[in-house]
Ligand binder design. Structure first.
Ligand code: MLT
Ligand code: ZN
Length: 455
């Protein structure tokens, strides 16, 4: 991929020469996703320091007709943040300032490049908590989590990323900057750009900062790892817990095959005396009252075989590790197909029972791994042992999901990976509306042109 020296000079004048990267070895790290399934190339990585510089880079690209892929921590899983068609890579990581922390209202402003972990730490230092959490917290950037409307481990309690964003600053594809970071809780003055840009996957604007609402800290959290007789019992138990235990923070799901892999790859002992077909990882906040309610609900729930409980932070982190280590354990088997789907609660167990065989029928050498967020009906179908471009594997899973009335993306987004199946979830009228919005905010289609919508 080539780029005119004149354009490189304009980039350098805007962001400083040391922040325009063209060395093949250096840019390669920005051009591949961390699973290794999506590998592209870019003529230049441009690293602006502030919103104004982002706007200037967009202006340069617009006049040169160069498409842009915005990137945060590069932890995305659908090929939406890597330059698969030779786009300019615009890295937001330098825009990482956290400011205007308001201890009274429980809000802060975060630059797009601030890591999720840093936002969590700054919130905690102010006596608050940020409501979104996920295993990639140290690398994932706030801008990326907003652009993809990331879900994670606490959607049950605090909602997705969209539910945290009170205000947004972004450079649109038109080149203009919208900034509305006042943080008023009630501000009913027309179209809500945070909602629109959140989850737009870099196709409408480049998020440079957000005003985030914070939540109250957890009170004496208790974590329980519960071994159950079947996925169906796990799903039923998750429903019981949601109704009977007020402080449920998270209800996560995994199964024996995944746990066996995690224990082997991460060199961890089995967390329970024996292996159970299904596991729920439950976290409740609320001290003694909540743990008593949790124990009572688990006593009454069907199929509970064994429970490991943590009341201190170190043991809680150990139990969480069995759930969080699934991603890296599966990755160790080679680039997986990561199919992040939601099912209606009533269909979740049946779907999980049949999806492996359906995949195996088209890809006999494959293995299917299942884990996810039980309370959200969100199961991660990870398929290993198939080449990255075997779309028939994705096809069979998405068709099955669609048949059950589910969604092809619960939290990772559409990216480039799932574009061909967006019609399974969106009507022709909805897609027309999407295209109209794209045209209005990014008329030259320079922002992530190969993401979300098929041109
Ligand atoms: C998770 O739930 O662990 C994340 O969505 C990451 C993944 O799917 O691997
Ligand atoms: Zn997830």
């Amino acid at each position: 991929v080539t780029i005119e020296p004149r354009v490189l000079r304009q980039f350098a004048e805007t962001v400083g020469p040391s922040h325009v990267l063209t060395d093949a070895d250096v840019v390669a790290g920005y051009a591949a996703d961390f699973t290794g399934r999506f590998v592209g190339a870019t003529p230049a990585v441009v690293r602006p320091a502030d919103t104004e510089q982002v706007a200037s880079v967009v202006a340069v690209c617009r006049s040169a007709g160069l498409p842009i892929v915005p990137q945060g921590g590069n932890t995305g899983l659908v090929g939406g943040g890597v330059p698969l068609a030779g786009e300019v890579l615009l890295s937001l990581r330098r825009i990482d300032e956290i400011s205007d922390v308001d201890e009274v209202s429980g809000q802060l402003t975060a630059g797009a490049g601030a890591s999720l972990a840093t936002v969590q730490q700054r919130a905690a230092a102010a006596g608050w908590r940020y409501g979104v959490d996920m295993a990639s917290r140290d690398s994932a950037t706030i801008g990326g989590t907003v652009a993809t409307n990331a879900g994670g481990l606490r959607v049950l309690r605090h909602g997705d990323t969209r539910a945290q964003v009170l205000g947004i600053e972004a450079v649109l594809g038109t080149g203009s900057t919208v900034s509305h970071l006042g943080g008023l809780i009630k501000d009913n003055t027309g179209y809500h750009l945070p909602s629109l840009l959140c989850g737009s996957e870099g196709t409408l604007g480049i998020v440079t900062a957000v005003r985030l609402r914070l939540v109250a800290p957890a009170v004496d959290p208790v974590v329980a790892l519960v071994g159950l007789g079947s996925v169906a019992e796990a799903v039923t138990t998750a429903g019981h817990l949601r109704r009977q235990v007020h402080g449920c923070e998270a209800i996560e799901l995994f199964v024996a095959e995944g746990l066996e892999l995690v224990c082997r790859v991460a060199e961890l002992p089995l967390p329970t005396a024996r292996m159970h077909p299904a596991y729920l990882l439950v976290e409740v906040s609320g001290g003694e009252g909540a743990s008593t309610a949790l124990a009572a609900a688990l006593d009454a729930a069907p199929g509970v075989g064994e429970t490991a409980v943590a009341t201190d932070a170190a043991r809680a982190a150990q139990l969480w590790r069995y759930r969080e280590a699934h991603t890296e354990a599966i990755n160790s088997l080679g680039p997986p197909h990561k199919l992040d789907v939601t099912l209606p609660a009533s269909a979740l167990a049946e779907f999980m029972g049949v999806v492996g065989a359906a995949v195996h029928a088209v890809a006999p050498g494959s293995r299917t791994w299942l884990f996810g967020h039980a309370a959200d009906g969100n199961v991660h179908v990870n398929v290993t042992g198939v080449p990255p471009d075997r779309d028939d594997v994705d096809d069979v899973v998405f068709e099955l999901v669609s048949g059950y009335g589910g969604s092809i993306s619960a939290e990772h987004g559409i990216g480039t990976a799932k574009r061909a199946w967006l019609h399974l979830n969106r009507s022709a009228a909805e897609l027309d509306a999407f295209r109209g919005i794209k045209k209005a905010l990014d008329p030259d289609a320079i922002l992530n042109p190969n993401v979300l919508l098929s041109v």
